[in-house]
Every structure is written in structure tokens, then in C-alpha cells.
Design a protein around this ligand. Sequence first.
Ligand SMILES: [Mn+2]
Length: 448
Amino acid sequence: MPDAVLSMANRRVTVLCTGDLHLGRYPARVPTDEESLSVRHVWSRIVDRALEMEVDLVALTGDVIDRANRYFEALGPFQSGIRRLGEAGIDVVAVSGNHDFDVFTSAADVADDDRFRLLGRGGRWESLRLRGDYGEIRVVGWSYPTQHVLRSPVGDLQLQPDDEVLTIGLLHADLDAPSSRYAPVTSSELGAAGVDLWLLGHIHAARSMELGGTAVALYPGSPQALHPGETGTHGPWIVEVEMGKAPRFRQLPLATVAYRTVEVDLEGVEGDEEFRSAVPLQVLEDLRRVVEGSEGLARVVYRLRYTGRTELHRRLEELSQGLVEDWEEHYDGVVATVDEVESQTAPPIDLEELAGGEDPPALLARALLAIRDGGDDGEAGRLLARVRKALEEVYRGNAYRPLLRGGDSPEEIGDEQVRRVAWEEGLKLLDALREQRAGRGGGGGRER
Ligand SMILES: [Mn+2]
């Protein structure tokens, strides 16, 4: 067996990491009387999972409790989780954040479990050695002494170099945000601190960063999504760390609430009936995907962004009223609702009809018809030349180069591309012209 020849210190350590639970808070825009949507329910699922997976360590990166006024509401659920982990012999390490800088100390004292350690009380770094089947690891942590911390605490970390032991750092901090009042730290100082794996708190969207060598930092994000801005996947992370190797991360999508912003394409949608099927069908398509990628999701709250050209352009708010107030879709045990709609649609344009006049919109409509049909005389020719010149300038600016496809130099801009851009930009310009006229009450708008 290969394991037998490895020294104890080289064995893999499996860490379950989460933070920013805000126990006591309730997700926004969902019914407040459903236990399955609460943060404490998700916390309990996280503990279940840590037990099932028999992880070596649970790491909590601050803002576990949501401020002093939620303390007593949060205390019971927090306690019972810590107790269950302790009884299973799982070590739990934690630091406090700006929300629980004072209350987490009290909660930690109440927990009074041999397996649970709140590190770095009073803003002083604390180092701890833990032993298990994996061998030995070192954990360092720092907790908020006050609600605001204006300077980086990392400068005070005097870590004894030790190449023999894997070092994990816990910190609630704002990464690469120099003017932040929440412990601003930089990637370069984290990378230079002698820590193999930084587990961070404060940012609710999960992300990981390489810090040079095999050192990495992870923001696990909030395990339960808490408001419509918290889109994306939420849940705790499993991190597998081994000496001298880059850690491996994997998120457990255990959040029971998801917030989604999706684009709904209404191009060419005509009449109320078509609207009533087009929107739910597109939302359902997204819902199926989301449900398949999650475990135990209960609610999805949608924000819709309508796009495309449709004769319903001016009536979308009215048509969406019932959708926002009453619509509830049930799919595989998950309830989806629409919280808000935003319209970026444009009215359809009858170019032939418009082209009959003598005003600027008519002139532009005639040029667009010519561009569509492959012509380049008169106004159409002038428009195409202007578009080509603008595209050439974009190509010459190096900043845009990575965004461009199809050619490396201005000479390679094809006629097709010029025509396509002129068509799209021309339609936008026409919309703007018509919008202006309708706004002035000039009666130029064609749509009803
Ligand atoms: Mn925070």
C-alpha cells in the first residue's frame, strides 16, 4: 500500500470550510415561515455532511452569527452543530468577523467543547497544532477585536517557518480592497506569510485565488444565498490539502435558496398568448438546469431581463404583473417565483412603411433597407464607410484586440462584418430617433 510508505505528516487532510453564515438572518424575498429556507437549516445540513464524509476538520471563517440582536436566536442552532461535530471527534476551528466580533466570543464560551477552538481572540494571532489520522497540521487564526479594522492584520503574523507541517490560515478580511474598513489585506502579503492554504471570510460569492507556489486562498462564500444580489452557487467547500501539492477544492451545493438573473428573449413574440407561454418556458428551462446541479434546493427567486424586438415592448410591465405577484412554478419539489422584471426590449420596426417619409427616420430606414439587400449607394454607402472607419479604430487600439474575432489587422475587416454592425447600430439609432419623437409627443411613433 502506498500510504504505508508516506510519513504521517504527508497524509491528505480533508477540510470542510464555510463562513458568512449569518445565523439568525433570513433570506430575502422568500416566505419567512419555512424552516427549510432558514440559515440554521442549511447549517444543520452542513454538519450532517461533515459527519457523513468524516472530514478531518471543519473551518469557520467569521460572520457565523449575524450581529448582536440575533445572538440568542443563533446560539441554540450553532451550539447543537458544534456538539454533534465534537461527539464525532471532528475538530472545529473558527475566527470571528465584523458581524460577530463580540458575540462569537460569547458563543464560543458557551460551546465549551474540547474539539472547538475560536482562534485569535482580541485581534492577536493564535497558532494551534492539531493531530489526527492525517498526521499533524498547524492552524493559525485571527479574530476581529472591533467591528471595523482599518489595517491589515497579516503584518503581525510572525510565523515560525516549518517545512515539515502543513499550515492553514483563517481570516475574515477584504482582499485587495485597500480602502476597506474590514481588515484590508493583499494577495502578495498572504502569499508571503508562510501559509499553505488561506481560508477567508467576508465576501459572500465564492472564489479561490492562487498566491504563488502551491499557496492558495479560498473565499467559501455564504453557504445559504441571502438576497437577490447573491446569485451563483452557494454551499460549503471541501478542500483536500497535502504537503507540497496544490489544494483541491469542491463546492457542496447545499443552499436551499437560489437567486437567479436570467435573460428572456422576446424577439418576435406577438400577442399576450405567446408572451404567457414564452416567459414561463424560458424560466423553466433555467430552473431545470439549476435543480439538476444542486442538492436539496427548495426555492429559486428569479429576476428576469427581457430582450429582443417585440410588439409588446410598451406593455411588458402590465403583462408581467401577474407573473410577479402570483406565479409559482413547482418543479421536482422546488418552488420558483419571479421577484422582478426589467425590460431591455425594443419595438419592432416596419422599415418599408417608415421608408416612405422624408424625415431623418425615413432616410435612415431607406439606408437600412439598402444595407439589408446588399446595396451601398447614397446614405447606405456613407453609413457603411463610417462603420468601417470606426471598426478600424477599434482594431488599432490594442486594448480591444483580445475581444475581436475574425482578423488581426484593419485590412482583414470583412464586408459582412461591416454590414452586420451597420445594421445593428442603425436599428439602435432608429429606435433612439423614434423614441425622441414619441417623447416630444410629435406623433412619429408607429407602434400602438
Ligand atoms: Mn463580514
